[in-house]
Design a protein around this ligand. Sequence first.
Ligand code: UT7
Length: 325
Amino acid sequence: MKEHMGIRLCGTGSCVPAQTVTNDDMAKIVDTNDTWIRTRTGIENRHFADGETNLTITRKAAEQAIAMAGIAPSEIGVVVSATITGDTLVPSLACLLQRDLGLPETVFAFDVGAACTGFLFALHTARSLLCTMPEKRYALVTGSELLSRITNFTDRNTCVLFGDGAGAAVICLNPETAYYFDCGAQGNTEVLYCPRNYELPNPFAQNPSEPEQQQVHMEGRAVYTFAVQAIAGSIRRTAEQAGGFPDHYICHQANARIIQTAAKQLKEPLEKFFLDIEKYGNTSAASIPLALDDCVRSGKIHRGETLMLSGFGGGLSYGTAYFTF
Ligand code: UT7
């Protein structure tokens, strides 16, 4: 039965821009300090692109994932790239990866825009495509953002939180194991949004509107409350499907306190929840694959152990996937 057919994580990769920006550096541009950022969020550093593009860092992460999988680029049949900060609206990041990685022309390549839940949705979409197209054996799933492109660096409520980065995974189906998924959406333009700054070039427009700045706005406390409820609820529902909690959790890294509170609500040991927010801040769609690559490469997760990946954020949206590593 394909409904719950598992996936195998064949390879992972990650890349962040070279420039590291500390909390003390942020305190030079807005009224903040290292203690506030560290205690309220867990963040110590973040990376901001300075010359790198979304494509350059995603390509590096993808190359690592393909190398670890030990497959040829020609074996990849699907590319799903999660990002809201692609270098171009068209072509998609996924199509540019097809070109730069030398993937076959028959590849099914497109982007998914779901902010911090992006990697989860991309992973689930890629798995679904593998289930329905047996001729496509491997999928490349990426999550990457240059959030510095859409950050308001005069707003201390948000600019200290975000960072840039990219992560990637190569997956294939694994009929020996099971996969479960939970997701949800609550359309909302009040607590977390980023407008597009279209200039309205239509010369026939009778109702031109002022283009807005393309910057993230967030009501931190409201999103915090949503995040804790979303993550705990989604993990609980996924665990009900799977018949139990997993060995490890890799959650979207938005705030260490969100993960700690969710763990408490679930009565699960905090040690099962991976945390690397201190290194990268909140990198939206990149945070889960960045963390996944760290766990895989450092040997924190082992073959045969079960994982839950859980994302939440802009949309508002959330999603959780359960599978065996
Ligand atoms: O990625 C997807 C979704 N995003 C999230 O999940 C983020 C969810 N929200 C959060 O993580 C937290 O709400 C924040 C980290 C954004 C904020 O933490 P908080 O504990 O909710 O703080 P707050 O917004 O309630 O602000 C508390 C105080 C305020 O001062 P007053 O009004 O109490 O005097 C803020 O003005 O902290 C002040 N403040 C700061 N102080 C120093 C806000 N930002 C800063 C700052 N440095 N950067």
